[in-house]
Design a protein around this ligand. Sequence first.
Ligand code: IMP
Length: 230
Amino acid sequence: MSSHPIVLGTRNPGKLREYQSILGELGYEMVSVDAPEPEETAPDFEGNARLKATAYARYAGALTLAEDAGLVVPVLGGLPGVFSARFADCEVDPSLGKVLSYTPSGRPRPSLDEANRLRLLELLAGHEGEARRAYFQMVIAVADADGTILFTASGEAYGRILYEPRGEGGFGYDALFAGDETDGFTFAEVDAARKNAVSHRRKALEKVHTWLLARQGLLTGHGECHKLAQ
Ligand code: IMP
């Protein structure tokens, strides 16, 4: 099968590999784009994924995928949500699920991740049982070469937030997140393959895989694939 390039709006080689391992079997080759990252100004993951896909597609002039993800804690009104990566630098009103202000501290990623986890634990102090339910959400947007959004897909991984971190692997909130599909082990305690098999990214990516397969069927006019489109 000949390979068609798809641009992935990231410079993260780990993300590129995961996309390649799933979409490569359809004959796609993932390539990263060295474009300036657009500001994530949307109020939700889908909005950010769409604006990134459009910006990168216009820059690259090719079919493009972009994603946005984070942790959602319903008892905190959905926080950290789109502020997941920079939560500790935000002043929040958890009763309203709102970020009141954001002041970038400029600290390096590992210490910001740790501060984010601490902030989450502080806000959840006094919350027990069901109130500690949470999920990771990932939205992937696909844009045509001219920036038009063709498709979006969302994936979720459900679990609960522990009282203290467990495990050395992963990143972000992994050490606090005991997944329903990882038998209560945190995403930092299981190996990458086990996390990737049930992750929010995997679930969204599988929907993109199905959509691309249908699109190939439509483009070549073969098979039953037109029934799957959109
Ligand atoms: P990104 O959009 O994939 O960079 O994710 C934004 C932020 O959400 C990250 O900096 C993490 O804080 C959090 N996040 C997203 N996915 C995960 C995950 O799989 N594990 C832990 N944290 C995550």
